[in-house]
Design a protein around this ligand. Structure first.
Ligand code: UD1
Length: 340
């Protein structure tokens, strides 16, 4: 029995493949390299010393997905595949609704057809919208996301719950990520965004290696300890490990369960700048700019349900996250294109 990983060449997907292979699972990856590249797969194999099966396929195409299910015995699916650029989703909402929802619908159909009942699905803290209080527990009602990308995460959660009710699935584990950062400690896997990074850490690491002049800090007049936005940053390897626990849980449980994945600690943008400087000895020039539309003042998790039910807790601290992110960016200044 293999674990099917959709979007396994992406940032979180690739780190999860490493943890799955290290834990002894056989892995089948489906990816269309929309926001990743084949070199990622070579690196997963180098790090783990194990092979995996790969299909270059688009989940929007049911026929190419059919071959994957026909040729493999799949025990459970971890579903990462999807578009995730907030800004692009505002400019092109139909692309996001059609692709993110279409992929999930096709996947659910194939799972039902081939009687694969267990799925672990990537979701996001964005489903809480502007949370009424922090730390955020899973019982906080799902709100309005700030963009079409976020809305697709809310709708995907709903689709999975409805398919489960109709008995098209047996167990669904929804993982709501807070802010994944860091990189594999080998420096071989990390975050490689296309174009100008939208998220804080990839932008900051590019400033650190001299690819960008300064960091724009989006607002310093929020009601937080230093006025800059507060988030719950979590090491991507901790996040990847949570997926192994979630797969184990999916095998045992039935029904749908939701888990917040964060450390439970909120750091401001300026906390991150200082921690990065301390961890790496590099100076990060920054400028205070206007707030970014759609941003909330603070968002951090109560991750205690994941600890109780999954036996999972984040291990890596902020210094480690910064050091690993910096090592990745230094070794791969142009992301995976650096090798070519
Ligand atoms: C963002 C998305 C969210 C998505 C998540 C995925 C928005 C509004 N939200 O979350 O929907 O699920 O990424 O990882 O885009 N910041 C700066 N300068 C920068 C970049 C960011 O000051 O160049 C600040 C932001 O204002 C925020 C914090 O850093 O306070 C984190 O921003 P970011 O990394 O983009 O994550 P989120 O906004 O939390």
């Amino acid at each position: 029995m293999s674990i099917l990983v959709t979007g396994g060449a992406g940032f979180i997907g690739s780190h999860t493949c490493v943890e799955l292979l290290n834990a002894g699972y056989d892995v089948v990856v489906v990816d269309n390299f929309a926001n990743s590249c084949p070199e990622v797969l070579n690196r997963i194999k180098k790090i783990t010393g194990r092979d995996l099966k790969f299909y270059e396929a688009d989940l929007c195409d049911p026929d190419s997905l059919d071959i994957v299910f026909k040729e493999n015995t799949i025990g459970a699916v971890i579903h990462f595949a999807g578009l995730k650029a907030v800004g692009e989703s505002v400019l092109n909402p139909l692309k996001y609704y059609s692709q993110n929802l279409g992929m999930t619908i096709n996947l659910c159909r194939k799972m039902a057809e081939y009687k694969v009942g267990k799925i672990v699905s990537s979701s996001s803290a964005t489903v809480y919208g502007a949370p009424e209080k922090c730390p955020v527990t899973e019982d906080v009602p799902v709100g309005h996301a700030n963009c079409p990308y976020g809305e697709t995460k809310i709708i995907i959660e709903k689709i999975l719950a409805d398919v489960l009710l109709s008995k098209g699935l047996e167990s669904v584990i929804v993982l709501r990520y807070f802010n994944p950062i860091g990189a594999h400690e080998s420096g071989m896997l990390g975050e490689a965004p296309n174009g100008v990074p939208e998220n804080l850490l990839p932008y900051l690491t590019q400033v650190a290696v001299g690819k960008r002049q300064f960091l724009s800090v989006f607002g310093n007049d929020y009601p937080t300890h230093d006025g800059t936005g507060v988030r719950d940053y979590i090491h991507v390897v901790d996040l990847a490990k949570a997926h192994i626990k979630a797969v184990e849980r999916a095998y045992k449980a039935d029904g749908i369960e939701y888990y917040n994945l964060g450390t439970g600690i909120g750091y401001s943008v300026l906390d991150i700048v200082k921690a990065y400087e301390k961890a790496t000895g590099k100076k990060i020039p920054y400028k205070i700019m206007d707030r970014r539309p759609g941003d909330v003042a603070e968002s951090y998790a109560d991750p205690s349900r994941a600890e109780k039910n999954l036996g999972w807790k984040a291990q890596f601290d902020l210094e480690r996250m910064c050091r690993d992110a910096d090592r990745w960016q230094t070794m791969n200044p142009d992301g995976y294109a650096s090798v070519n």
